[in-house]
Design a protein around this ligand. Structure first.
Ligand SMILES: [Zn+2]
Length: 279
């Protein structure tokens, strides 16, 4: 049992970032950036999108502007999260875009997931090994973006998001589509016995979420796949793109590099076609 794997051969992967909106539905844009194409110096080279890493704020600002320009979206349309490895998922609207600190992107405090039913709001998470998970229900105009590290996975931020979407919109999770982006794979993610035990307690031995020598290698993709299926998302609607952030040098990886930058995952409902064609 695996997610529909587009990570190796997919037409969605170009020479640069991964553009995978087609996996979620018409008029939905889903972009996973990597570390290339920015202005930051080592160890943040070069497209670091996170201010909290220790990078020069001016460079992070420039990098975020580059992403906005390449995505052909105004920088004021971006919602970022102050991610805390929790399971809180907030609903957001165009109204949240007003009054942001730098007059550009807005930040929602202490939240690891966000959803909206409005066009023109770009939902973001930043990662360097954790799993970015995009959700969409195109017929109802819902999009969501989640950040699932080991805590968010075991705590089940996927269920938290689908509960929130269902409660606030009355929608059926069965129609939801999900895409997991680049994150650390079990090839590189070895943990201590205590953490491994938490995964086994949550998913059971037979799930094979934890494998490897001494069963110390949790598979975050598999765990979140189980979370999605248990929440009612259909298997055929779940995809995965991008590879292992730790194996592949084009990504930032906290496990591999320690002090490093963060790549971005962005989802939004397309408001209008990009006029300059650079998207
Ligand atoms: Zn790996």
């Amino acid at each position: 049992m695996t997610a529909n794997d587009h990570s190796e051969t997919s037409p969605v992967r170009g020479a640069g970032w991964i553009d995978a909106g087609g996996l979620l539905g018409d008029k939905i844009r889903l972009v996973f950036t990597d570390r290339r194409g920015g202005v930051s110096s080592p160890p943040y080279d070069s497209l670091n999108l996170a201010y909290h890493t220790g990078d020069e704020p001016r460079n992070v600002f420039d990098n975020r502007m580059r992403v906005a320009a390449k995505m052909c979206v105004a920088a004021e349309r971006f919602i970022y999260l102050q991610q805390v490895h929790g399971v809180r998922v907030a609903r957001t609207t165009l109204g949240d875009l007003k009054g942001s600190e730098n007059g550009l992107d807005a930040v929602i405090a202490e939240t690891d997931g966000v959803f909206t039913t409005e066009k023109g709001v770009v939902l973001s998470v930043l990662t360097a090994d954790c799993v970015p998970i995009a959700l969409a229900l195109p017929s109802a105009g819902v999009v969501a973006m989640l950040h699932a590290g080991w805590r968010g996975t075991i705590g089940n931020i996927v269920a938290s998001a689908l509960d929130g979407i269902k409660r606030e919109t009355g929608l059926d999770p069965g129609e939801i589509k999900a895409v997991m982006g680049p994150a650390i794979g079990p090839c590189c993610y070895e943990v201590d016995e205590g953490r491994a035990r938490l995964f086994v307690e949550k998913y059971g031995e037979e799930s094979n979420v934890v494998t490897g020598e001494g069963r110390r290698r949790p598979d975050l993709f598999r765990a979140n796949l189980i979370n999605l299926l248990e929440a009612g998302v259909r298997h055929g609607n779940i995809s995965r793109v991008g590879g292992c952030t730790c194996c592949e040098g084009r990504y930032f990886s906290f496990r591999r590099d320690g002090v490093t930058g963060r790549q971005g995952a962005f989802v939004y409902r397309v408001d209008e076609e990009c006029e300059n064609g650079s998207g």
